[in-house]
Design a protein around this ligand. Sequence first.
Ligand SMILES: Nc1nc2c(ncn2[C@@H]2O[C@H](COP(=O)(O)OP(=O)(O)OP(=O)(O)O)[C@@H](O)[C@H]2O)c(=O)[nH]1
Length: 268
Amino acid sequence: MKTKLTELEKQVEDILAVPEDQSHPAGKVLSQLWSVSQEQWERMERLTRLSDSYQEMMIQREKTLSERFDKHLRQLEKMTRISDRYQHSLRHLNLELEKTSLIDPLTELPNRRMVMKRLSQAFECQQEDCSQHKKTLAHLSVAMIDIDYFKRVNDEFGHQVGDDVLVALGKLMQGVVEDHGMLGRWGGEEFLVALNCSELDCSIKLMETLRQKVKDFTLSIEGKTLETSVSVGVAEYHDTDSMDSLLSRADSALYEAKSQGRNRVVSG
Ligand SMILES: Nc1nc2c(ncn2[C@@H]2O[C@H](COP(=O)(O)OP(=O)(O)OP(=O)(O)O)[C@@H](O)[C@H]2O)c(=O)[nH]1
């Protein structure tokens, strides 16, 4: 049977404890051997303790690093979400801004800037070899519409009613032209239509329908009936036309319609 190490150690300890054995050479050697093994043992223990605490420190460090990393990751995610939301609202604001810069706030129709934009797009390709735009220009005509004696509406019924009339007539005229072109508020009580009709006759007919609808339109205010009419000047695109010359001919035709007594459509 194998003797256990602790028993052997005990025996050695006992021998070393006997004073007369201390002088024996074997006793000295054994004593030295004992203290060396004791030192080794203590050193082993110290190393084990060091290694344990080193391991503990590494585990702790890893834990701290991973917690810090998680925290940064969460912060980054939060910042990304904020930035996404910010970009989204910025895009939304830009769209709103773009819209308000092109829409008349009272009638909610395209404003002068937007109608001009539409017209200049058609003219921009005039010089270029752009068959689609050449076709668009060939079918282009413009109509300038002015509400007759609008000042009287304001004077008789007040500015607010004047505003309501502008809104109502805008809607009514929009309903007539919506499938044939773009109606916009040119300014004050003037409107402009960029029409896409293959023939001038077609544009004139459409403007006649519009004029008649406005003539039939009445509003009843505090027992009084408000009636109104429009004068319209139409011009069709000619090969030599610039945007200015086309608009100028429509303006002259409108002037002519006013001169001839209003409530009529004149082409120029
Ligand atoms: N209520 C209101 N009135 C406006 C607005 N813009 C322009 N007006 C009015 O429109 C009127 C235009 O008057 P005029 O240029 O003399 O034209 P008119 O009375 O229509 O006469 P003719 O065009 O010659 O038939 C003015 O009284 C302006 O104050 C608006 O946004 N709201």
